[in-house]
Design a protein around this ligand. Structure first.
Ligand SMILES: NC(=O)c1ccc[n+]([C@@H]2O[C@H](COP(=O)([O-])OP(=O)(O)OC[C@H]3O[C@@H](n4cnc5c(N)ncnc54)[C@H](O)[C@@H]3O)[C@@H](O)[C@H]2O)c1
Ligand SMILES: O=c1ccn([C@@H]2O[C@H](COP(=O)(O)OP(=O)(O)O[C@H]3O[C@H](CO)[C@H](O)[C@H](O)[C@H]3O)[C@@H](O)[C@H]2O)c(=O)[nH]1
Length: 325
């Protein structure tokens, strides 16, 4: 059945892929985005309302003016280092503004919420792969802001019946398999786009942050998950909420860890280009190894990632990156 979904942060990297998928599946979409890091031309479907999700009057006008069946919330500040330098910005945008959105949803009777959470809620892992019951001990304001929202959501569900799913992404990567959308952060901090920009000649080299980790090749290991697979998980989460089933938190990752050097090697193979590498010091706050145990998402949501090969993730990101040159 076609529904109407409000996608907050729908002009950003992951949100824009979600908007396209919702429209493809026949849902009506409205996007709320202040374009602080998103792009107007990334919104391929629905209406774009430009504004701040912390603006209660705007939310009242939006939610009072039409009926929404769910809200998907992608909007956030997302850089760990910036969150350490400017924590108030993270608590204001990621926590306080999100609370304003949730209060507006309660006031207007919108009862289903899908939240973009992160592996950063776990902090330095005590065991790998990481399951959802792993202790939550975020080590920076970015991770703390996301964990605070998850805790607020549990309280709002218990008190008011606002039902939600929190999806804890590991490393979102890749691009729309049809080539319409991709990752366009400015500044870019994520490994795969940086490596591909070096391959495209738009960057002189890529720096490996730390070569002395306790891993097989000394570099950090991450679980890269395709943005299209993340979006499919969001749809499954929505369907679960609409079916009246309980919400909860789910890890989203492939369960395969790749080192920074392996990512660079894969990019060399996929692009056929030389990629210059510099070896640099560790980046503060990077755990050696983050790999997801996503069995809960598979078993409860029925999630089946389709693009789990690193080659495919890098190839789709390269198709996007090289078309921008
Ligand atoms: N990219 C990753 O690897 C990753 C990993 C884990 C979790 N996440 C989470 O996924 C979500 C999306 O990440 P992304 O990489 O697409 O980020 P992004 O920066 O590309 O997108 C965020 C969007 O939100 C908008 N926005 C920010 N603050 C806003 C506000 N106050 N009001 C309205 N719009 C606002 C921005 O303009 C942007 O379009 C974030 O919540 C992020 O924390 C991302
Ligand atoms: O120029 C670079 C950029 C990154 N890296 C390394 O590559 C790996 C991946 O780094 P990213 O910055 O691409 O991603 P993170 O693992 O740091 O961060 C991701 O996971 C976090 C949760 O831990 C947050 O959710 C964040 O938003 C999300 O992008 C890390 O080991 C990092 O040290 C480099 O060596 N050189």
């Amino acid at each position: 059945m076609a529904r109407h979904v409000l996608v907050v942060g729908g002009a950003g990297y992951i949100g824009s892929h979600m908007v396209a998928l919702l429209a493809e599946r026949g849902h009506a979409v409205t996007v709320l985005d202040d374009l602080s890091s998103g792009h107007r031309d990334a919104v391929l479907a629905g209406e774009l309302v430009v504004g701040d999700l912390g603006d209660r009057a705007l939310l009242d006008a939006l939610l009072g003016g039409r009926r929404f069946d769910a809200v998907m919330h992608f909007a956030a500040r997302i850089q760990v280092a910036e969150s350490v330098a400017q924590p108030a910005r993270y608590y204001r945008n990621n926590v306080a503004a999100t609370l304003t959105l949730l209060e507006a949803m309660l006031a207007h009777g919108v009862g289903a919420f899908v939240f973009s959470s992160t592996a950063a809620v776990y902090g330095e892992p005590q065991r790998v792969p990481i399951d959802e019951d792993h202790p939550k001990a975020p080590v920076n304001p970015y991770g703390r802001s996301k964990w605070m929202v998850e805790q607020m959501l549990a309280d709002l569900e218990a008190a008011h019946g606002l039902r939600s799913v929190s999806l804890r992404y590991f490393n979102a990567a890749g691009a729309d398999p049809a080539g319409r959308l991709g990752e366009r952060h400015d500044p870019e901090t994520h490994l795969i786009p940086l490596v591909l920009q070096a391959a495209a000649g738009r960057r002189e080299a890529v720096t490996v942050f730390g070569t002395d980790y306790d891993t097989h090749d000394g570099t950090c290991i991450r679980d890269y998950v395709h943005v299209a697979d993340l979006c499919e998980a969001h749809l499954l989460a929505l369907e679960r909420l609409w079916a009246g089933a309980p919400g909860g938190a789910f890890n989203l990752g492939n369960g395969n860890g790749f080192s920074v050097r392996e990512v660079i090697e894969t990019a060399r193979r996929v692009t056929g280009r030389a990629i210059r590498v510099r070896e640099g010091p560790r980046r503060a706050g990077d755990p050696a190894r983050l790999v997801a145990d996503s069995r809960r998402a598979r078993e409860v949501l029925g999630w089946r990632p389709r693009h789990d090969a690193l080659e495919t993730i890098v190839a789709h990101a390269w198709a996007w990156e090289s078309a921008r040159a």
